[in-house]
Design a protein around this ligand. Structure first.
Ligand code: CA
Length: 425
């Protein structure tokens, strides 16, 4: 089925600023609370939030086989479970309805008051009930940087890294939507030079500049997904800040890996941008220097996406300091390889599962995706516009991640993924 929603020539009768992340070609999906305290599934064009529950009740999706309450839900899980054909039909229909040449809704003032809200009239919610969250470690630059810091240059990459998309099972209960305050975690750490651990507020709260993808039910327990079919099961992507407490992490992580240093919070951007919307921004993934085993070999080579990513630190005086400019396309292992690997042992992936890319660092220092790398484990503090310095984040710091794709015709963005750090309890 054609993705007519991606037509770059299309214009909407809703106003869209030139540099908006949300032109009519985007049509992401999210969940929001209206000013009347009604929760609904919606989309966004420009700065207008569109209530898909109301649109469906008014009959605008009558030609698409959908259950009556599919959009009157507090999560996208049921819609995601309907599969790619339905996602595509709905996106195509929304594009048609909001096309400047379509008057069905454009000229119906009564319907418009029930369907369209300004962004300040709504409150974005966590869009998915995330059952399981897995985090990968798939940027070679990031893994190399961390490896050099902990093990030295000669053993930077572990022997498995070029053969396996390394990952671990994360915690889904503490994944929050953009704007949710981040409480500095307490935890057990071993202060440098000491032999006895202490318990208290983490002194090394860090970000991880990542993206994540959301799946639909992919495989039954005991079955696996072939790598060349894996894309079929990916609904869309978000920008993702996988907060980390490096001092807690450092003391606890041997031998079972990340635990409380990672599970206190992870923030996602509120709108899930569909893989269909990102299709025009496919690009080659990095050449894999060691040929992966057959179950990870992909036929097509344009398995990545050119998504520009930024991390910004907003201090309490309102200054915005650019910390990092990275790109999703630096990721060594592709999302399809991650998903194929994840299910290769028969582990079942369900609708609403979320898989994180791992910190996305580029080759140059201005593209590193964590403070750990940007300050080289605290040895090279960053000086901010207000003259203060940071090794890791202070209370009151607001960390803003964003992501967008752009070509000559269209810009497709994710909006912001923000979290402000509050003092430990
Ligand atoms: Ca991570």
């Amino acid at each position: 089925m054609k993705i007519s929603a991606n037509n770059p020539q299309r214009k909407s009768w809703l106003s869209v600023a030139k540099n908006s992340d949300f032109p009519i070609q985007n049509i992401p999906f999210g969940v929001f609370l209206t000013k009347d305290d009604i929760i609904t599934i919606g989309t966004r064009i420009g700065d207008s939030a569109i209530d898909l529950g109301a649109l469906h009740q008014l009959g605008y999706f009558k030609d698409i086989p959908l259950t009556d309450d599919i959009f009157l839900q507090d999560t996208l899980n049921d819609f995601i479970a309907d599969g790619r054909k339905t996602w595509r039909l709905v996106r195509n229909r929304i594009a048609e309805l909001f096309d400047e040449n379509n008057s069905e809704l454009k000229n119906n003032e009564d319907h418009k008051t029930h369907v369209i809200f300004t962004m300040d009239e709504i409150e974005m919610q966590l869009p998915v009930d995330i059952g399981d969250y897995t985090d990968f470690y798939s940027s070679k630059e990031h893994a190399t940087n961390v490896g050099i810091m902990f093990r030295g240059k000669d053993n930077a990459l572990m022997p498995n890294w070029l053969h396996i998309p390394v990952g671990y099972h994360g915690r889904s209960s503490s994944i929050v939507v953009s704007g949710t305050p981040i409480r500095r975690p307490n935890g057990q750490t071993l202060p440098v030079g000491e032999t006895q651990p202490v318990f208290g507020p983490s002194k090394r709260v860090d970000m991880e500049l990542e993206t994540a993808f959301i799946t639909t039910a992919a495989n039954k327990l005991g079955e696996s997904i072939p790598v060349d079919e894996a894309d079929e099961y990916i609904f869309g992507m978000v920008v993702f800040n996988d907060w980390s407490a490096r001092d807690i992490q450092k003391w606890e992580y041997v031998p079972l890996g990340p635990f409380l240093g990672k599970s206190f919070a992870s923030t996602i951007s509120p709108w899930i941008v569909t893989m269909d919307a990102l299709e025009p921004f496919r690009c080659e993934s990095p050449k894999q220097e060691v040929s992966p085993l057959p179950y990870l070999q992909q036929k097509r080579s344009d398995n990545s996406y050119d998504i520009k990513l930024q991390a910004i630190l907003e201090t309490e005086n309102g200054d915005k300091n650019l910390l990092s400019s990275s790109n999703f396309k630096y990721m060594y292992w592709t999302m399809a390889q991650q998903l194929a690997h994840h299910t290769s042992n028969g582990c079942n992936v369900r609708t609403g599962d979320m898989l994180g890319s791992g910190t996305l660092s580029g080759k140059t220092k201005d593209s590193y995706g964590s403070m750990l790398e940007l300050t080289w484990a605290g040895k090279e503090p960053i000086t901010l516009k207000d003259g203060s310095t940071r090794i890791f984040f202070n209370d009151g710091d607001n960390v803003i991640l964003n992501g967008y794709c752009e070509n000559e015709e269209v810009r497709i963005g994710f909006g912001e993924c923000t979290g402000k750090i509050f003092p430990a309890k």
